[in-house]
Design a binder for this molecule. Structure first.
Ligand code: BEZ
Ligand code: FE
Length: 310
């Protein structure tokens, strides 16, 4: 395991280096010199970001009295994250997710407009160019799992419908894998559709199940070293767009899932948890699935008008 506990050496007998009092002036001189190097940055926002980043990064190194060996381990971690990242695997998004930075960015940027659907983490499995399906169509495209009929309305906060809103949906199959995690390049359990004239939407997919985020890389090692698990509670992803409204990136979660209180990426909001209806040998609302098992989830998606917020 190449991730070390910060400050772990403090528990040991102090050695020569560790016993030294920090040379505050010498350390501050390094920080000041780096801050000064950004003085001519033309873009004020970039200047602000770099100054703050350096200040916090240096404060962190001082706080934990970062050893050379520990920073080498940090560099090795980042190097391994880079090597495992490609078109289908994004270890840096995973890192942001497990550190809660993705959800913090959501909290900073998505105003909590009363009466609108809460946003949550985007995740690494959205794919541009997923197939369009008709209203009421099936986006499972053969994904393994129990059929699930999902329906609701896309609404404005005053309850008026948003006709023609675009809904992009993606989810894992019953084995806990997204299509892009299979090597054969097939598309399944993803697609997009437009809401109808009354903002209504409905589609078939497969019932989501809990699954682990990819944990065979450095982020997985970090979770293991910190006694954390990789599981996410069962959920379905939505990206909802409509002219005049803020894009909503969210999930619906399956009520009763054992990981709702323990999401590896901190994405759960109580308002997004939905009861699932389980049926057998009963016709579905569209008359299909008269035989066999199927499930149903209902959820209205309420978008915030564009002018609200920042
Ligand atoms: C997801 O829900 O697809 C996801 C989110 C964060 C990390 C990994 C997966
Ligand atoms: Fe997911």
């Amino acid at each position: 395991m190449s991730v070390e506990e910060p400050g772990g050496d403090r528990e040991r007998e102090p050695d020569g280096d560790r016993e030294q009092e920090p040379d505050v002036d010498r350390e501050q001189a390094v920080t000041d010199e780096v801050l000064a190097s950004f003085a001519k940055t033309a873009d004020p926002r970039l200047h602000q970001i770099m100054d703050s980043l350096v200040l916090h990064l240096h404060a962190f190194a001082r706080d934990v009295r970062l050893s050379q060996q520990e920073w080498d381990a940090g560099i090795d971690f980042l190097t391994r994250a880079g090597h495992i990242t490609d078109d289908r695997r994004q270890e840096f998004i995973l890192l942001s997710d497990v550190l809660g930075l993705s959800m913090l960015t959501v909290a900073i940027n998505e105003p909590k407009t009363p009466g609108t659907t809460e946003a949550t983490v985007f995740g690494p499995f959205f794919v541009d160019g997923a197939p369009e399906i008709p209203l009421g169509g099936d986006l499972a495209h053969g994904a393994a799992g129990t059929p699930c009929y999902v329906s609701g309305q896309v609404l404005a906060p005053d309850g008026s419908p948003i006709p023609g809103a675009r809904l992009d949906i993606w989810g894992a199959d019953e084995d806990g894998f997204y299509d892009v995690q299979y090597p054969d390049g097939h598309t399944a359990a993803r697609g997009w559709l437009r809401a109808g004239d009354h903002g209504e939407y409905r589609f078939w997919t497969v019932l989501p199940t809990p699954y682990p985020i990819p944990h065979d890389g450095p982020v997985g090692d970090l979770l293991t070293a910190t006694a954390r698990g990789p599981m996410r509670p069962a959920h379905l992803h939505f990206k909802v767009t409509a002219p005049g409204y803020r894009t909503l990136i969210t999930h619906i979660f399956v009520a009763g899932d054992p990981y709702l209180g323990n999401d590896a990426v901190f994405g759960v909001k109580a308002s997004l948890v939905v009861e699932v209806g389980h049926y057998r040998d009963t016709p579905a609302p569209d008359g299909s699935h008269g035989a066999g098992a199927w499930t149903r989830m209902g959820f209205d998606l309420v978008l915030a008008p564009e002018e609200i917020g920042f």
